[in-house]
Each structure stands twice: as C-alpha cells, then as structure tokens.
Design a protein around this ligand. Structure first.
Ligand SMILES: Cc1ncc(COP(=O)(O)O)c(C=O)c1O
Length: 422
C-alpha cells in the first residue's frame, strides 16, 4: 500500500468512498494527471461539476482577483461579487426565477427549497419521484430514493414525504408514452389514497434523473406535473443540481422542456468546482420567507460567487456547441449499442448520457460496468456509474470536450466492452 493510501485509511473514515485510490495532482481541460505523470481523460467531471473542464483560465483569473480582495463576509455586510453572481444567474434561469439565495452544496439547497415551499404554502406534504437523488442530509435523504442504501439505518426519516413513480421506460419494458401514463396514473392514485393535493406543498423533481439512472422525463410527464401543480396550488421544485449549466444543451433542462419551475435548485457546475449552490424563485415566493427564517455562514462565498459569474460568462459561448457534441456522442454510442449486446439502452439529453449495461433480458449487469471502468482506468479514463444497480455508465464529459477527445473516450469504452464480451 502506498504511503498516501495508508494515511487515507488512517485518517479518512470509510464512509467517504473513493472510486479509486489514484492520487491526482493536476487538472487541465478534459484531463487530469496522477502523481506518476499518467494522464486520464476525466469523463466523471467530479460528479458532473467541471462542465468547463479543469481550471478554465477565465474562471481561475476571476477567483485569483477575488482572493486578492475579499474571501469571506458572512451575513455582516454586502459585497459586489454576490450581487453580480445573482444578476448573471437571473439572466440565464427560466423567467419565473427573479431572485436567488446562495448556499454551499446541493443538499443544502434542496433542504432550503422544501423549507421555502412549506413556509410559502403553509402546507406540509412533499411529493418526490422514485429514483430521484436530492442529497444525503436528513431532510434531503428523505427525498432521495435512487438507492435504498442511502436511507438504510437512518429511519425514521421525515414524515409527510410521499414517493410516486418516475417514468423508467427501459426498465419497465414499455414505450416512453406508456411509461409517462403509468407514472401519472400512480400519482392520481396517490392523491386518491394517501394525500389530498390540497395538503401538498411541493413536487420535488429532477427533469432528468441523474444518480437514479439517467432517465429523462417524458415531455408529456413534466408538462402534466406542471399542470397538476397549477391546478392544486402546489409548487414545482425542479432540482437542477446535476442537469443545470448547459449539461443538457440549454442553460437549464427546464428550458429544454419549456417548463417554468416555481423553485429552481442549482449546484454542482454553478462555480465549476468551487463550493456554491443556490435556490431561485420569484420575488412573490421569496417575499413569504421572512428575514431570519433561514440563513447561512458560508453560503454565497465571495470567491465562489466570482467564479460563478465567470462560469456563466464562459458558458454563454460554450452552450451553443453542446448540440453538435451531443449528436456526435449519441451517434457513436448508438453504434456501440448495435455492436455490443451488453449495451441495452443509450438515453439522455445533451452531454448527460446514460449507457445501460445489461445481461440477458435487460438484467442489470454491474460486473460489466466494473470491468469497463477498470479497463478505462488502465487506458487512462475515468467514468462513473449510476442507477440502483450500478450498471449504467454516466457519460458526462466536460462541455468543452473536443470531438477527438469524445472519440478517444468512446473508443476506450468500445475496447473495454470487447474485452468484457470476449
Ligand atoms: C440532482 C441532485 N440534487 C442534489 C444533489 C446533492 O448535492 P451535493 O452532493 O452537493 O449535496 C445531487 C448530487 O449528486 C444531485 O445530483
């Protein structure tokens, strides 16, 4: 065992699991380099965070400039980078979003969004969708149903949280339209049997389930949820922690679907790796959250805010290129699907693509993922799994990836599958 690995196991509790014990010492663009100088294509992106690749120069310059001026403010006084970051965000979020409250992590922002919804509506019920991932704090883990393991040992969880199916057409073996309808029928039954819509404060939904298996919602499904929310005075909280900031081809996936969220949850790529998250809503909604009803010490850190402004400025030039990269990636991954029986499904939007690895009869094959991932590491590429069985490759290159890098990564997957299937 290396010295670093020894110290890791001595000092860092096992609950924080690392996919590998490779020590990375440098990152640039789509690549990271280990302590021995080996380079890896980083298609894990720090769990969908480095949408602009590692250390994009304009973001680094903005961070350095802010570090030279002010690092921390807390709630004591205001500072320009907070207001500028909010201005930038509001300029790119759906038009329903007029103000933003900054925090540090996705889970924290999810917690805040639910508190805001309860305060605003005076109702308690929260409806979440099976397979969703919303974080691991006590509240957010209650809303998380991507894997039972995340909840195991922590019961009782929060009351008045109701779980209804999210359409998973491939897993259910039905068409997208049938899956949408089946899921909506179940929701209707929930309203009949478990909770009346008049008691529900919010729907909390990912427009494209991430950790749960890279399932995009059907257009009809999201539109129906929006319509039900309007009909019953329920707020629609859209969790775009993973799907935001260009990942699916527009600023936010809500815009891809033409949905106006009442509350938008943002995190991960918002500052390309500096800790920052945010909840956005209208002035009318935020006006019902009195001063001091919620708060934070580190949220909206001046340096993270400066990074976020630079990220949004840079993404404006990057997002228009995502469609072409996405078409190329889908084209090549679908070619791989025709060649490799292990690939059961290729799905997603933009550069958020799930490649589901299966054995006979759509049976999830986590061994295939483990083998392909180990092969990828040997050849110099990191990929992550998702889905309750860990058998789905999350294909999430940086949005700044080149066609050559995409091809290089997909060729590695091809060879990894060849080796697994031989
Ligand atoms: C959709 C979604 N919501 C919330 C979270 C939680 O974010 P964090 O890990 O920053 O707390 C995640 C993290 O993967 C996520 O994907």
């Amino acid at each position: 065992m290396s010295d670093l690995s020894d110290r890791l196991h001595q000092l860092i509790p096992p609950v924080i699991s690392f996919d590998t014990e490779i020590e990375i010492v440098h990152g640039e663009g789509s690549w990271v380099t280990d302590a021995d100088g080996k380079r890896y294509l980083d298609f894990a992106c720090g769990i969908a965070v480095t949408n602009l690749g590692h250390r994009p120069a304009p973001v680094q310059a903005a961070v350095e400039a802010q570090v030279d001026r002010l690092w921390h403010a807390g709630g004591t006084y205001v500072y320009g980078s907070l207001i500028t970051a909010a201005e930038r965000l509001v300029s790119v979020t759906p038009s329903s979003i007029e103000q933003v409250f900054f925090m540090n992590s996705g889970a924290e922002a999810v917690e805040a969004s639910v508190k805001l919804a309860r305060k605003t509506t005076g109702r308690q019920g929260i409806v979440v969708f099976r397979g969703g991932f919303h974080g691991r704090t006590m509240g957010s883990v209650t809303y998380t149903t991507s894997k039972a393991k995340y909840r195991q040992g922590y019961h009782p969880l929060l009351p008045s949280v109701f779980v209804t199916p999210f359409p998973h057409p491939y897993r259910w073996g039905v068409s997208k339209e049938q899956a949408d309808q089946l899921a909506l029928d179940e929701l209707e039954r929930m309203f009949k049997h478990e909770v009346t819509p008049s008691e529900v404060a919010a729907f909390l939904i990912e427009p494209l389930q991430g950790e749960g298996g890279y399932y995009p919602a059907g257009h009809g499904f999201l539109a129906a949820i929006r319509a039900l929310a309007d009909e019953h005075g329920i707020l629609m909280i859209v969790d775009e922690v993973q799907t935001g900031f260009g990942r699916t081809g527009d600023w936010f996936t809500s815009q891809v679907y033409g949905i106006e969220p009442d509350i938008l949850v943002m995190g991960k790529a918002i500052a390309n790796g500096l800790p920052l998250s945010a909840v956005g809503a209208s002035r009318e909604i935020f006006a019902k959250w009195p001063a001091g009803s919620h708060g934070t010490t580190f949220g909206g850190n001046p340096v993270s805010c400066a990074a976020s402004t630079a990220v949004v400025d840079m993404l404006g030039d990057v997002i228009p290129g995502v469609a072409k990269l996405s078409d190329h990636a889908f084209g090549r991954l679908n070619e791989l699907k025709s060649k490799h029986p292990t690939i059961g499904d290729v799905r997603g939007l933009g550069l958020m693509i799930g490649v589901e690895l299966v054995a006979d009869d759509r049976r999830p094959d986590p061994d295939a993922f483990a083998a392909v991932s180990a092969h990828a590491i040997d050849e110099g590429m990191f990929i992550l799994p998702c889905g309750p069985d860990g058998n789905i490759i999350r294909f999430i290159p940086p949005l700044t990836v080149t066609i050559e890098e995409l091809d290089h990564g997909i060729d590695i997957l091809d060879r990894g599958l060849d080796a697994y299937e031989s």
